[in-house]
Design a protein around this ligand. Sequence first.
Ligand SMILES: Cc1cc2nc3c(=O)[nH]c(=O)nc-3n(C[C@H](O)[C@H](O)[C@H](O)COP(=O)(O)O)c2cc1C
Length: 196
Amino acid sequence: MGEMRKGIMPMKKLLLINCSPVRNGATAEIVHMAQEGLSAAFETKAVCIDDYSIALCKGCRSCHQTAACVMQDGAQELLSEMAWADVILCVAPSYWADVPGQFKVFIDRCTPWCNTHEPYATIGSGKAGYAIALRTGPSMRECQRLLDTLSHFYGHLEVDTRGTLGLCQVENRDDALGRREEILRFCEDIVSREKQ
Ligand SMILES: Cc1cc2nc3c(=O)[nH]c(=O)nc-3n(C[C@H](O)[C@H](O)[C@H](O)COP(=O)(O)O)c2cc1C
């Protein structure tokens, strides 16, 4: 943890987020494989949206004036993990052709951090974002919808989206395990991109 690479550069910190409420499903398996593929190059931490208790946004918009939420709960805890990281990798399954509701609730609660109003809070600048979307059905268009949601989320938090991967026909953990090569290749791309 936090070692110096070749005694010169500190390792970048990478946060993996399981955006599914299922802690041991296909998404969790992909997070696990990605963490394996990334942990030699980064200090990694993996979390699940289900680790946090996050209330629904009330839409009160007081954050537009204050850059703070009227509620304090798991939303701030997850945002502080994102603030810790230099690189963020969200892995999201399709639930009705979008990110799971639990993760969408978190996105809504990030409005104090959204750069479309002044003032806004920040998780820090210069962060890189990556995303993996998975689904049971065969068409990549639906994965792209999720990837667009995640890129949009990153964009308003001023996280630079640098790579995405869509995985169709992944219903369960075994299907996820069958995609190991693709996932590890994506991790290699992250490592080489972030080395630059
Ligand atoms: C509530 C729910 C809705 C889903 N909706 C879709 C869908 O719209 N399109 C699709 O291709 N797969 C859909 N799926 C399948 C999941 O995307 C797929 O099984 C994924 O591997 C689940 O990952 P998880 O077990 O980690 O949550 C849905 C699954 C659930 C539980």
